[in-house]
Ligand binder design. Structure first.
Ligand SMILES: Nc1ncnc2c1ncn2[C@@H]1O[C@H](COP(=O)(O)OP(=O)(O)OP(=O)(O)O)[C@@H](O)[C@H]1O
Ligand SMILES: [Mg+2]
Length: 478
């Protein structure tokens, strides 16, 4: 095997310079024989051509004169490490030697050092290490115990990738709850159309219809309902569209208190009937209009679903919130997540992973959502109880840092917003400036994955979906 370059200059056990003579690109994996520990895996972090062509001489080139140009290519290699006899990840503890040849690493060697757990049970197959035929998998237990985030700009492929993860969870009979504000996930009941890409990745179209239960206020397999009597007056007022909302608290409270006296469970109609008996008709008219609107959403009713009617062992419960106004969605999420967490603590429901799409809305960094507090609680305490979070967002900078920082595994697709890149740089360990730069230019379908299991963040080509993906782009012009 021909070396692709030679180590030169200042050398440490973790970063080395390498002159490049063979074919090598940024991001490639290479191997170097260390004098004490044997073969060590490294990655080409950056690559640079140094030339002796000055600006003055470049004008001579422009004029058509022949100029002798000397060019040398050098690269910075970041040492990943090697596996010791107990299969633990290690770094050499003495510097490499100058003059040592560097070789392209074979897939088997890369796979064995990164320990990606090919075909092992309990691991989610996400795709292939970018540019290689090495399956990339994530340990499902650690995903549920340590949370995971999927971040990218809009249209970056977050929902597609989340669907891939959920497919793997379904294969492993993991219980999942998906908070789905856009109604994208029910499509997982249908098979994707076969494609050539599927063969390359070794996947086949598959339907998971028997694994999925869709809950929706309007349609779905089961109507999504919450108990109205559990929503207090202040919460009701804050999801109403009233200008001077404080003036409405007293009349609404009077009506609700009166209803409560005669019945423990009630509907919006019961409150409206009571309101009509009140003196201040202008206030009650405005309230009545809002109550009728809330009633039309069908989400709050006399009797809501019990948590054991929503969560089923080994199934995926999709909570569709399409069509519900943002503040109602927040309230729904707050109610649901609170009950899920309490039920999980009492072991009334199995360990589960909860997918939170548009997480910046339900756990915002600035301002407050109804669901802010419970999301923070689940992020910090969920792991103790087997309640995992999969946080999805297009605005990493806008998610509560207390939630984002709890995610052990982070998967990042294309991101270009400088604030979001900064938030990612701050929350992902081991990201080099080169990888942050690369995140801005990632093609659709390529992700950067970082987790405590991995010695360095890895670029991964996401595998095709087995199921239909509901997030298809809307065409304006055909
Ligand atoms: N790995 C992939 N392979 C093929 N197509 C993909 C892949 N990832 C995403 N797409 C396609 O790209 C488009 C956008 O993907 P997706 O809906 O997942 O983006 P998103 O990040 O969730 O966007 P949004 O922020 O708007 O929710 C979709 O049409 C999807 O089918
Ligand atoms: Mg999406």
């Amino acid at each position: 095997m021909e070396p692709i370059g030679i180590l030169y200059g200042d050398l440490s056990p973790t970063v080395v310079n390498c002159s490049i003579s063979g074919k090598i690109r940024q991001g490639d994996y290479v191997k170097i024989k260390h004098q004490e520990v044997g073969w060590v895996l490294a990655k080409v972090d950056s690559i640079e051509a140094k030339t002796n062509l000055s600006i003055e001489k470049s004008y001579q080139v422009m004029e058509g004169n022949s100029v002798d140009i000397q060019q040398s290519i050098s690269s910075k290699l970041v040492v990943i490490g090697y596996r010791d006899e107990r299969n633990l990840m290690q770094f050499p503890r003495t510097p490499f030697m100058a003059g040592t040849p560097v070789y392209q690493a074979e897939d088997d060697f890369i796979g064995s050092v990164l320990n990606l757990g090919r075909n092992k049970r309990g691991r989610a197959y996400i795709g292939l290490v970018y540019g290689h035929n090495i399956p990339f998998t994530i340990d499902i237990n650690s995903m549920v115990q340590k949370h995971i985030s999927v971040l990218a700009k809009t249209g970056g492929g977050k929902s597609y990738l989340t669907g891939v993860i959920v497919e793997e969870l379904m294969k492993n009979d993991v219980t999942v709850v998906i908070l789905d504000p856009h109604g994208e996930y029910a499509a997982m009941g249908n098979k994707a159309s076969p494609s050539r890409e599927m063969t390359r990745f070794g996947v086949e179209p598959r339907s998971y219809k028997d694994k999925i239960i869709v809950f929706s206020a309007d349609g779905g397999d089961v109507p999504l309902r919450f108990t109205l009597s559990q929503i207090n007056v202040k919460e009701l007022i804050s999801i109403m569209n009233l200008s001077d909302s404080r003036t409405y608290v007293v009349p609404l409270r009077k009506a609700v208190d009166a209803v409560r006296l005669s019945m423990p469970e009630y509907t919006f109609d019961d409150i409206i009937t009571e309101l009509k008996k009140q003196d201040d008709s202008s206030l009650s008219q405005a309230l009545e209009k809002e109550l009728r609107y809330l009633k039309s959403l069908k989400i709050f009713d006399k009797r809501g679903l019990r948590i054991d009617e929503i969560v089923k062992n080994g199934k995926v419960s999709i909570i569709e919130m399409k069509g519900l106004p943002p503040d109602v969605q927040e309230l729904v999420v707050q109610r649901l997540v609170y009950s899920l967490f309490e039920s999980r603590k009492k072991e009334k429901i199995p360990p589960l992973l909860m997918v939170v799409e548009e997480a910046h809305n339900f756990a915002p960094q600035q301002g407050k959502a109804f669901s802010s507090k419970i999301m923070r609680t689940v992020a910090s305490e969920g792991r103790k109880f087997g309640f995992g979070l999969l946080v999805v967002s297009q605005r990493p900078a806008k998610i509560d840092k207390n939630v984002l920082s709890q995610c052990g595994t982070q998967i990042i697709l294309k991101v270009t917003n400088p604030n979001d890149l900064k938030a990612i740089g701050n929350s992902v360990e081991g990201l080099t400036t080169t990888s942050l730069d690369e995140i801005q230019r990632l093609p659709i379908g390529v992700a950067l994955a970082a987790s405590p299991e991995l010695p360095i963040p890895l670029f991964v080509e996401v595998r095709p979906r087995e199921t239909d993906d509901g997030g298809k782009n809307v065409r304006v012009v055909r």
